[in-house]
Design a protein around this ligand. Structure first.
Ligand code: DMJ
Length: 462
């Protein structure tokens, strides 16, 4: 018996020792296979980007957006602003799709003009077009990008000519006439990065001063007890018309830009406004359900959550938390983000996180979940985020790829395609997917801050 016991003990140590001895090799082998997986996925994202772009070229060349089901195109306004090429340009540069980047650049520089008698959304044109022109200039160096950016900003800035300095929602590019006096925090606060970068590049302080005045005014109108802002405000009077507070669409990038203006320009006022906002968000909007964190909708005056809703747009917040230094909270929120994604195979636009029932099943090809996954991977290097991103990317390919590009999904419960491929699919969704898998040298994370449309803007005050 004793001999048998000794023999068993010995063989256990021999096997355990063999295990220990080979664990270094196993680690090296799994690091190698991760590198191979990353390389394959980066190539695959690049291929899918090319596929989406080639279909834009085939069916929508010169127009704003591809319609991937009807093989057609759509312009937001009476004149095209070549939105998809401009939004996608810096992704092509980062992916080293040089011929594609060159032809997009030629199209932009040959055809993009702003002297049109048409009203545009100040917010959308700032984040997609002004952001795209500025990152295009910083990456490519062609001064024509900068002069288009300056021309555009000089037209958009008229939206800020209101009694409070908070911008109207729409502005006519030729006449400067505005409309849309009831706005929201996101549309008011989302120009700090673009206007600040333009100030830096042109030396004209008016841009940043204008953007900052709007934000400071809005911040000062928060409820002083809760520290929260609402969801609708009159830009002429500063009176709140909607008191629902959240980190969702309509407010999201207001918070994002407070944090990022601090990170991009070292602006201490913005740091202060971010610090104060994150305290209010954590105190009143943060919630827990089904074992994970979420952020709900509360009344700005009482701070009481009345809608336990979270969705595709809210998913950006994990990335913001990570960038702010709160990696722990970012990681647990990313767990919730992925749970939301996996519920139906693609994330819904809105989820009731208490019942885990889908409230709005649209999937608009949005990037925020991949964006936060990218930040979590950058700060932790935990391979689980590679697998998460792989799964999200592959489900986009599985459900959204059509015979002519990529389509939004009308309802993730039945995966019916909708006839639109938003320009941010090329600017953001595929860029973040690519950056997660691509070698770190593709983009020096510490030298840029992404605007809310994922256009990288150079940090150079540090
Ligand atoms: C983009 O235009 C920007 O990310 C914006 O901040 C929110 N909506 C879309 C993507 O979902």
């Amino acid at each position: 018996m004793n001999k048998l016991f000794l023999a068993l003990l010995l063989s256990f140590f021999i096997f355990a020792g063999a295990g220990c001895h080979s664990s270094g090799n196993k680690d090296a082998a799994s690091a190698d296979s991760l590198t191979i997986m990353r390389q394959r996925l980066a190539d695959s994202v690049k291929q899918e980007f090319s596929y989406a772009w080639e279909n834009y070229v085939k069916y929508a060349w010169g127009h704003d957006v591809l319609k991937p089901v009807s093989h057609s195109y759509f312009d937001w306004y009476p004149h095209s602003l070549v939105m998809t090429p401009l939004d996608g340009y810096d992704t092509m540069v980062l992916m080293v799709l040089t011929n594609k980047a060159d032809s997009a650049k030629k199209l932009i520089l040959d055809s993009l003009r702003f002297n049109y008698d048409m009203s545009v959304s100040n917010f959308e044109i700032t984040i997609r077009m002004l952001g795209g022109l500025l990152s295009g200039y910083e990456l490519n160096g062609d001064k024509r990008f900068l002069s288009l950016a300056t021309d555009l900003a000089n037209r958009l800035i008229k939206a800020y000519h209101t009694p409070t300095g908070m911008p109207a929602r729409f502005v006519n590019l030729m006449t400067g006439k505005t409309y849309g006096d009831t706005s929201n925090p996101a549309e008011i606060g989302t120009s700090l990065l673009e206007y600040g970068t333009l100030t830096k590049l042109t030396g004209d302080s008016l841009y940043y001063k204008t953007a900052k005045k709007a934000v400071v005014t809005l911040f000062n109108l928060r409820n002083k007890k809760t520290g929260l802002v609402g969801d609708a405000i009159d830009v002429n009077t500063g009176k709140w018309g909607g008191k629902e507070s959240s980190i969702s669409g309509g407010t999201d990038s207001y918070y994002e830009y407070l944090l990022k203006a601090w990170k991009l320009f070292g602006d201490q006022d913005c740091k202060h406004m971010w610090d104060s906002s994150i305290m209010a968000i954590s105190a009143f909007l943060a919630d827990t359900a089904n074992g994970t964190p979420w952020y709900g909708h509360a009344n700005m005056d009482t701070g009481k959550i009345n809608l336990p809703y979270y969705g595709a747009l809210d998913a950006f917040f994990g990335g913001a938390l990570a960038l702010s230094g709160d990696t722990a909270r970012a990681e647990s929120l990313q767990g919730s983000n992925f749970k939301m994604w996996e519920l139906a195979g693609l994330e819904p636009e809105v989820l009731n996180y208490r019942t885990m029932k889908i409230v709005n099943g649209y999937y608009a090809l949005r990037p925020e979940n991949l964006e936060s996954c990218y930040y979590c991977y950058h700060y932790t290097h935990d391979p689980k985020y590679l697998y998460m991103a792989k799964s999200m990317f592959q489900s986009i390919v599985r459900y959204c790829r059509t015979d002519a590009g990529y389509a939004a999904i009308k309802d993730v419960r039945n995966m019916t395609p909708d006839d639109i491929m938003e320009s941010y699919f090329l600017a953001e969704t595929l860029k973040y997917a690519y950056l997660i898998f691509a070698p770190a040298k593709t983009l020096d994370f510490n030298k840029v801050i992404f605007n809310t449309e994922a256009h990288p803007l150079k940090v150079d005050f540090r």
